[in-house]
Design a protein around this ligand. Structure first.
Ligand SMILES: [Zn+2]
Length: 450
């Protein structure tokens, strides 16, 4: 029944006994008179499209269908929403009237600039559990569904770009990296890069297995600690795929992308977790941007030597704790006498853990790219190393950040990490020595008058 006046709209809530409903608005009218809070397996109007995770043939595997828009709702086979946390802005645009709720993207000319060849990991349900291996080819593989009006969207996009990073420009200027006309294009340090953006698509049974936890426990925790946002995590055990609101990444590839998976050439790799304060705004309290720049430099160098270089940038701001927690930790460090021996305790006091960047899902992208070994790993993290090697990709050499690239104030962080087992070819401090590694205080900074 299509309501015609405001009065006729009396939303009926499906999936709960509660009747306290937000009053209808003109937008609510367009959604229809029934608000579906959740669905159940076998319920009338629920006909999930077949989705066989790990099936070799993408047609047999089936598209990931998560939208609740229009008739797509009936055929959903995944929980969550497209765009990760950006789904909120999408909702705002629709609520504000800037975007039609029935809008469907036109995918003309959006296809990848490089076509990655499927490899056996794409059809291995345990090798890839946190991204859709066919996420970049949705528009060509699942045309039939899209033409029928179903809202099916890519979760991977591949493009080409030019980039200019200050440290790389400096390296080119100083002759550390030559201008080769293929990768480093100009004396000013312009570099050609292929970029792969990936939104997370989780196969819940596979994710649970990766963390060695019960799937029911995982679903319950995800439901409870996202404010009850995804009730189908509980009511739809038949839906195994979840698009979480965070967990995206970008791969930066230097040199021909086909070389990334070529076992006959060397691969340099930096796996980097986001640190906006350092990566973009060049805070000197940590080594993030210097290590990122070093990783890019070495990735370019390997590509220039006839091999390949990749830098994988994960959106895990502040050890996946977010910037608010990160700044609270900074305050507690700086006000408490910032010494390396107390570095981890400061985070644990506030966040409960020293690090929330669990690396269990990280190797998926390497398997998707077809990486079979990493010749030069630009990272000192044991968590990253162990996750990659444990997933079956050997790391032949680990390269720490050169000492001269470590900002003075970040010695607290790096020495604490090395003491805790981070890889180094240099000095590992003892517990007693860590007490002597001090960060810059706030004596000349903090406005005590307030
Ligand atoms: Zn940082």
């Amino acid at each position: 029944m299509k309501p015609t006046t405001e009065e006729e709209v009396k939303p009926e809530v499906v999936g709960t006994d509660k009747a306290d409903i937000i009053p209808p608005t003109s937008l609510a009218k367009r959604y229809g008179s029934r608000i579906i809070l959740t669905t159940y397996p076998g319920q009338s109007g629920v006909e999930p499209t077949s989705l066989i995770w790990g099936a070799e043939d993408p047609q047999k595997r089936g598209p990931v269908i998560v939208s609740r828009a229009g008739q797509t709702m009936k055929y959903r086979n995944a929980i969550g929403a497209h765009g990760g946390s950006y789904s909120i802005y999408n909702a705002l645009a629709i609520a504000g009237g800037d975007l039609d709720m029935d809008f469907r993207p036109n995918f003309f000319n959006t296809e990848p600039t490089f076509k990655f060849k499927p490899n056996k990991a794409w059809a291995d349900p345990s090798a890839i559990v946190s991204m859709d291996p066919y996420g970049h080819e949705v528009a060509s593989l699942y045309t039939g569904y899209i033409e029928k009006g179903l809202d099916v969207r890519p979760t991977i996009a591949i493009t080409r770009a030019s980039m200019r990073v200050a440290e790389i420009a400096e390296a080119v200027k100083n002759g550390v990296l030559p201008v080769d006309g293929e990768i480093v294009m100009t004396q000013e340090g312009d570099v050609r890069v292929t970029k792969v953006a990936v939104e997370p698509v989780w196969h819940l049974p596979g994710v649970a297995k990766r963390f060695n936890i019960d799937e029911g426990k995982l679903r319950r925790a995800l439901f409870e600690h996202t404010g009850g946002m995804y009730p189908e995590l509980i009511t739809r055990p038949d839906l195994e795929v979840f698009l979480p609101p965070i967990g995206g990444l970008t791969v930066y590839i230097f040199g021909p992308p086909e070389k990334v998976s070529d076992p006959n050439v060397k691969l340099a790799c930096r796996v980097h977790d986001e640190c906006n304060g350092s990566d973009v705004f060049q805070s000197d309290i940590c080594t993030c941007r210097p290590y990122l720049a070093f990783g890019i430099q070495e990735a370019i160098r390997e590509a220039q030597n006839g091999g390949s270089g990749i830098c994988i940038y994960f959106r895990k701001e502040g050890r996946a704790l977010g910037e608010v927690v990160k700044y609270l930790v900074y305050n507690s460090r700086k006000r408490g006498g910032d010494t390396a021996d107390k570095y981890f305790a400061r985070t644990e006091n506030i966040a409960g853990v020293r690090d929330m960047r669990f690396q269990e899902l990280m190797p998926d992208i390497l398997h998707w790219l077809g990486v079979t070994k990493i010749d030069r790993m630009l990272s000192m993290s044991n968590m990253k190393h162990d996750a990659i090697v444990g997933s079956g990709i050997p790391i032949l050499e680990r390269i720490p950040i050169p000492d001269e690239m470590i900002p003075e104030d970040s010695r607290v962080e790096i020495d604490a990490k090395i003491n805790a087992g981070y890889f180094t070819t240099g000095k590992a401090y003892t517990d007693a020595e860590l007490k002597q590694v001090k960060g810059r205080g706030w004596e000349k900074w903090e406005d005590v008058a307030h």
